[in-house]
Design a protein around this ligand. Sequence first.
Ligand code: FES
Ligand SMILES: [Fe+2]
Length: 424
Amino acid sequence: MNKEMSKALTQTGPGTPMGELLRRYWVPVVASDEVKEPDGPQVKVQIMSEKLIVFRDTEGVVGVVSEFCSHRGVSLYFARNEEGGLRCAYHGVKFDRNGKCVDIPSAPELCEKMHIKSYPCVERAGLVWAYMGAAGTQPDLPELEWCLVPQSHVYVSRRLQESNFLQAMEGGIDTAHVSFVHRYEVDIDPMHVGTQALKYIKADGNVIFTIEKTDFGMTLYGRRNGDVDNYYWRITQWIFPWYTLIPPFGEHALGGHLWVPVDDHNCMAWSINYHIDKPLSTEERQAMQAGKGIHVAYESEKSFRPAQNMQNEYLIDRVAQKEKRSYSGVFGISMQDASLQESMGVVQDHENEKLLPTDRAIVMARRMLYEFAMETKATGEPPALKGKSHQIRAAGVLLPKAQDPLEWAAEHLIGGLHHPLYTL
Ligand code: FES
Ligand SMILES: [Fe+2]
């Protein structure tokens, strides 16, 4: 990838082509739980290089506003959250959840001039989502299945990744890596263990990929040997611009991810598990909270930095690597990914990469993002703005060798969530 394209895809601050494209979509900001109480402590976040404050006001409604007071730029992290807004701790200027200045003790008549930026926000799937695009261009709310199931059925966590969002997300699209770095982990992980899927995955490492460009993004079809009459297909989707779905493992909870830029050198990786028709069990929830599966343990409470991180070399265990208990020596599915992706540098040197045939999906995703980033400014209609287009499910299925998986998917996976779940 040349320098110009690399820059266009990895820079997401206000006014950049990619930043403008991503701002056309609803962005998860924090978990609703993080701002649980009306008038409770506000939270600081950074999204696409914009510093923001999230708070729940006296009426229990969440607001997402610029972090800084319009008076002399003090952080509203230190403000008092009370009586319908945030009052800056320095000179008492007060803002409501829409960023409107509602009081200046020393000069109330100047309120009109003092408003700060705010973004429309909603709560959905236990998360606070903001819309950071231009007014009047809001797309449908996300209708990914995990956003639609009852709260009891879903678990969502987030972790900070110290790399650009693109290389993190590419790990989610690049299903070819699963046979390597996660090879041994899936045998013991409580959310993968004991499934037929693993048997097929292990038995045939030579996956043959078919990629289909769709109106929501891309569907990836991975073919492995199944039995005499059938191939085993793992079918997964990339939903524009940053969602991926994980092909299922037996009866275990379904999974997905999304990656949101914090700035050009960091991103927030969101990991989701859910059942479509039953609550997560206590054991499942406990395992997720303990950082199993695609979740992680944190460095400290309230920090979203993983306990395994660059400074401690992700607690790499060379003995475990030798003994084939961990392929890279790092434990944990998400930390295996994060360690490798952070090792590329905060922004991968795209000019010097030498891509392989298994990178086709990534190349296609990059091209789509680039084309739409460049186009959005001009014409303004990127994919997956319609909620209905998110209503799709990944699958793991045995299909007769003569069966075209694209035709099968069109009939069994697309067009809503009324289909049975296909998993082995
Ligand atoms: S800096 Fe906020 S009130 Fe003065
Ligand atoms: Fe991975």
